[in-house]
Design a binder for this molecule. Structure first.
Ligand code: PRP
Length: 211
């Protein structure tokens, strides 16, 4: 038998939707994954291995060829600028990246502080605006930063808007829309095309793309 196709799946809130979409496309890889602590799940009848990865790390596994394909948020792809092929917009987990902060706070003229877990996205955005800023890198609970005076603004994901609202923050500008994408390792794309091409096609049918 040929080597299994290895798929890096994002653990956490995207997983269920992503695994559901794969199942609809005929790849039944979700069963029991989230309840188990196993990080590599084998599906020998489908000749597939699934790696359960942190969403921010999926792109790394795919870039280095540890996984042939993966499902990653466009936010991670924009932030990390890695050498992977982005082959399909899966249109799941829609959200957007926005600038937010305390209400009625004009942006300070001198190097305003921007807290974010997306330093590249935030820097690119403010460079385009012609603003000199200082990035405060954080890993989560970004909304804390303006509340305690650590930053003037945040650049972060908005999904339902609940986190902003419940913390008394307002959105100032929308930067970009985000959905999850199917990504492929460039070498696997050539060497495993007999497995990967049909997968892209079937997933494409599910999300309404004529490939
Ligand atoms: C994300 C994001 C916001 C929140 C937005 O954080 O960073 O904090 O979700 O969702 P909402 O608009 O539906 O409220 P996440 O829950 O991933 O955790 P984190 O704070 O650890 O990054």
């Amino acid at each position: 038998m040929t080597k299994p196709l290895t798929i890096a799946m994002p653990k956490g809130r995207i997983f269920e939707e992503a695994a559901g979409l794969m199942q609809q496309a005929g790849y039944d890889i979700g069963a029991g994954a989230e309840e188990s602590r196993k990080l590599i799940l084998e599906f020998p009848e489908q000749n597939i291995n699934v790696m359960m990865a942190k969403p921010m790390d999926v792109v790394t596994y795919v870039e280095y060829g540890a996984a042939d394909i993966g499902i990653a948020g466009k936010d991670v792809l924009l932030e990390q600028d890695r050498d992977v092929y982005e082959v399909l917009d899966l249109k799941i987990s829609p959200c957007y990246i926005a600038v937010a902060g305390l209400p009625d706070q004009p942006l300070s003229r001198i190097a305003p502080k921007i807290a974010t877990k997306y330093p590249k996205v935030a820097s690119d955005y403010y460079r385009e605006q012609g603003e000199q800023i200082e990035i405060i890198p954080l890993n989560g609970s970004i909304e804390l930063a303006p509340l305690i005076g650590l930053s003037d603004r945040i650049v972060d994901i908005v999904s339902t808007g609940r986190t902003l609202k419940e913390n008394g923050l307002v959105e100032y500008e929308k930067i970009t829309e985000i959905t999850s994408r199917l990504i492929v390792n460039p070498v696997s794309y050539r060497t495993k095309s007999e497995r990967i091409d049909p997968l892209i096609e079937k997933m494409g049918e599910q999300v309404g793309v004529n490939s």
